[in-house]
Design a protein around this ligand. Structure first.
Ligand SMILES: [Zn+2]
Length: 595
């Protein structure tokens, strides 16, 4: 094979890295040409890939103080760099060997390294790899199985990968730097400081949360490997609703989030994977596959992140657009292809790449605002005209509302009642967040020919606030157990934090059967301990120590701060809302019907 460079060939200036296992298929009859080791360009390209791949591994896995230069001793077994000679004599290089098939190839070392990182982990689950080929392969298999559940499992790509002997331990992972979120004063939820930085301002790449490379892959039987990858999507009794990992957990499939990638970036949760292959547990028990927001034509790779490296969208506000030409435009008004071409033309390759990154950042901000101003519904429960026939009322089990997914039974932050209709509100803490327990999600559409035909999204349910009181509780306090898990968790943690045990926390009813339109809904309510454990674990520990309950919700913005201030727009599906903002097509979680 052309890539059988041995350790001795690595040369004196590079330290060799061996990739201990491979799933490469070593296909015969591949497209294009095997490398010609008498051809200087081919040799240079092979070396370039090996050095770049090793450099990425070093960035991800090695301690910061490690300044050695590394090079792959060889491509993982069964993978091969091949050369396509263009009509003008130029040469393009592709890496083949991925189990997705003989036509599947990586075009750049940066694409391939994601898969190599997965090979260096102890995972045998392709859905945990963040490379593009694995993502497509897993999606294709899911669809194949949905259409034909009896498809021969041996033809799917879930066969266990073969451990290969000949190992040299790759560099050890370094300590992970912890960027701080920007907390603010208790009282007000102002938009917060800007998490996105321009590419030129980027610091050193940080090690991401990566699987441990030292661990040898565990040999698995085929049935084990298959049961992990195939049994998950089936609705299971006791399983959380589609797209969620638990009703009081933070992150859900289809939501826009911030994720740490040198700077904070905007992404969309495409899928979640349980680390233990079981349901239950908080967000830290899951990995999240994210599609970077931007534009599909930029071909941004999906990334896999853990909850500690993610934030709810409303934690930060979206920075203003930095390129003049894009000011005051909507995401969908820009011809991104033409803009990117114009913005990067006449530059050398490095400058061009930098410019395209900037285009991607701007696109991500504008896409986020566009999504923030959109909604789409799922799981319709009822549909009927009003008695006067002026409106059609549709009732749904859930809605993608801006960045978030809201379901019946969730808690949402809403504007409080006016004083006249809420005498009991005086008993609660003055700065307590008003939450609605969502009983109904309705879309009212005016009959054809009406003056205002825009569909109107509204939420119905009782309003509550937390209250701190000595026992017995005043009238109006409702036992949390009768309200749901999130209510129970919230007072539970507050009572746990409270040092002076004469004080007890409860939920007090502030208004029955309230209705809130979109402008009055600020976003989902996240239970204190889960939100704080993710966005500011130090402050949470401090709160536990001091016995003072902080207002976790003050870390969050209101939804209306993040849009463009235009009417909220109904879309037929989450995928339609996203449009070309992500490269990977969004498929609704299994069991969810968008309608
Ligand atoms: Zn992969």
């Amino acid at each position: 094979m052309a890539n059988s460079t041995s350790q001795d060939d690595a040369g004196p200036e590079y330290y060799p890295i061996h990739i201990a296992r491979s799933d490469g298929k070593g296909y015969t009859n591949l497209d294009y040409n095997a490398l010609n080791l008498k051809e200087d360009q081919d040799i240079q390209q092979l070396e370039r890939w090996e050095v770049i791949l090793a450099g990425h591994l070093q960035n991800q896995l090695a301690p910061k103080e490690d300044k050695k230069q590394y090079k792959l001793a060889a491509f993982p077994k069964g993978y091969e760099l091949r050369c396509a000679i263009r009509k003008d004599g130029g040469r393009d290089y592709y890496t083949y060997g991925h189990p997705a098939g003989p036509k599947a190839s990586y075009r750049t070392p940066g694409d391939f390294v994601l898969h190599i990182l997965w090979l260096a982990s102890d995972s045998t689950d392709y859905s945990q790899c963040s490379c593009d080929l694995c993502f497509r392969m897993v999606e294709a298999n899911k669809q194949k199985q949905a259409i034909n559940p009896s498809v021969d499992p041996s033809t799917t790509a879930n066969a266990p990968v073969q451990p290969v002997t000949n190992t040299t331990a790759p560099p050890r992972p370094g300590p992970e730097p912890q960027p701080k979120p920007q907390p603010q004063s208790q009282a007000q939820a102002q938009p917060q400081s800007l998490p996105l930085t321009q590419p030129q301002a980027q610091a050193q790449p940080q090690p991401q949360t990566q699987p441990q490379p030292q661990t040898r892959p565990q040999p698995q039987t085929r049935s084990q490997a298959l049961s992990q990858s195939q049994s998950q999507p089936q609705p299971v009794q006791g399983a959380p609703p589609p797209g969620t990992t638990g009703l009081s957990n933070i992150f859900r499939v289809g939501e826009v989030v911030w994720y740490k990638h040198t700077a904070w970036r905007l992404g969309l949760i495409l899928a979640t994977n349980s680390k233990t292959n079981t349901f239950g547990g908080d967000d830290t028990q899951y990995r999240f596959i994210l599609a970077p927001l931007g534009h599909a034509m930029l071909n941004q790779q999906n990334v896999t992140k853990e909850a500690q490296d993610m934030r709810p969208f409303l934690t930060f506000s979206v920075p203003n657009v930095a390129i003049d030409e894009l000011q005051d435009k909507a995401f969908t008004e820009v011809d991104w292809q033409a803009f990117a071409t114009r913005y990067s033309e006449g530059l050398d390759a490095d400058q061009r790449a930098m410019r395209l990154q900037m285009v991607g950042l701007e696109a991500s901000k504008m896409a986020a605002r566009h999504i923030n101003d959109s909604f789409s519904t799922f799981d319709k429960m009822a549909e009927a005209p009003t008695a006067d026939r002026l409106f059609l009322i549709q009732t749904y089990a859930g809605v993608y509302f801006g960045a978030e997914m809201v379901r019946v039974g969730d808690l949402i932050r809403v504007t409080g009642p006016s004083h006249t209709d809420a005498s009991s509100a005086a008993d609660s803490q003055p700065d307590a967040t008003t939450v609605m327990h969502v009983d109904e999600i309705q879309v009212a559409t005016a009959a054809i020919g009406a003056v205002n035909p825009l569909p109107n999204l509204q939420f119905k349910g009782h309003l509550y606030r937390t209250i701190r009181s000595t026992l017995p509780f005043p009238p109006g306090v409702v036992p949390a157990e009768t309200l749901g898990a999130a209510f129970v968790e919230e007072v539970g943690i507050r009572n746990q934090i409270e040092h002076d045990k004469k004080w007890k926390w409860g939920w007090t009813l502030v208004q029955q059967d309230a209705v809130r339109m979109v402008a009055d809904v600020q976003g989902r309510f996240y239970v204190t301990h889960k939100l704080m454990s993710i966005i500011d674990p130090d402050a949470f520990q401090e709160s536990m120590k001091s016995g003072v309950v902080g207002s976790a919700q003050s870390y969050l913005n209101n939804r209306s701060h993040s849009g463009r201030g235009v009417f909220i727009d109904r879309k037929p599906s989450r995928g339609a809302t996203l449009g070309s903002a992500v490269r990977s097509p969004f498929t609704a979680p299994e069991g969810m019907l968008e309608n």
